[in-house]
Design a protein around this ligand. Structure first.
Ligand code: BT5
Length: 243
């Protein structure tokens, strides 16, 4: 269970929900918004129906960090499409503060250690607010079987537990410290993705190419056989031997 007093001391939400278990913290926050609440942070010890992008599942066992929070659209000083990338910056800063080696960002919202996923981010939009949903495998001692080849956790790497309360404070503050588009675009340009050969999957469509760069709205630009193509959403896989 998280420390409510500490969260309230360091963060500025009007409402806090600390839950044992919930279907999805994103859905929980979305339901509270529909009831008229705003400025809300919800954290759960586990989720029974954690969501990834494109209706995928986010496995959410005890020990991991699962939280969602609202941010007023009017308070975001850069194009909204860049918000998930600002969230990635917040998570990366937190993990860097723990000296996790081989951290890597994969567009648009994956945080990896080498080639294993340690965090995922799902942003969802309502009329007035964006909901950021963040999952980080922190104190997960045993990686679930179905993730054994694709995921890792802070515990797996550092062999010790970390405060989930401190993680929430650090990540929310880190996201809030991203102030403008220039910062986000600089981050993308220096994220190590440029020049890498990738396979890009957008729904049925699969394209191979080299990452040429990013547009001002965060779209990824690929150099392919056909020239330059850009995409706003999809999944990236690195092609190893092309680095
Ligand atoms: C994401 O989707 O990475 C977004 C995950 C967001 C989860 C948070 S937890 C709090 C909030 N409440 C929610 O209900 N969701 C948010 P995507 O890029 O689609 O990646 C999903 C894929 O990651 C799955 O298909 C698995 O391959 C893999 N995966 C699932 N659970 C994982 C885990 N715990 N750790 C690492 N990889 C995982």
């Amino acid at each position: 269970m998280l420390d409510a007093v500490k969260l309230k001391k360091y963060l500025e939400f009007e409402n806090y929900a600390l839950l044992d278990s919930v279907d999805s913290t994103n859905d929980y926050v979305s339901a509270r918004i529909a009831e008229g609440k705003n400025s809300l942070l919800a954290v759960a010890d586990s989720q029974s129906n954690g969501k990834g992008r494109f209706s995928r599942k986010w496995i959410s066992e005890k020990g991991g960090l699962y939280f969602s929070f609202t941010r007023d659209l009017s308070s975001i000083g850069y194009p909204l499409q860049l918000y998930p990338i600002a969230c990635s910056i917040g998570v990366l800063k937190y993990l860097e503060s723990l000296s996790i080696p081989l951290l890597r960002y994969k567009w648009p919202n994956d945080i990896l250690v080498k080639d294993r996923k340690i965090s995922g981010i799902l942003c969802e939009l309502t009329d007035k607010a964006v909901i950021a949903g963040i999952g980080v495998n922190i104190n997960i001692k045993n990686i679930p079987n179905e993730l054994s080849y694709i995921a890792t956790s802070v515990y797996f790497i550092k062999r010790r537990e970390y405060s989930l309360t401190d993680a929430v404070v650090s990540i929310v503050k880190g996201i809030g410290s991203v102030e403008n588009a220039e910062q986000i675009l600089n981050f993308l340009d220096n994220s190590g993705m440029k020049g890498r050969r990738i396979v890009f999957q957008a729904q049925e469509n699969q394209v191979e190419g080299i990452v040429h760069g990013f547009k001002e709205n965060g779209e990824i630009i690929l150099k392919t056989d056909k020239g330059h193509e850009s995409f706003i959403a999809g999944d990236v896989s690195f092609v190893r031997d092309a680095v």
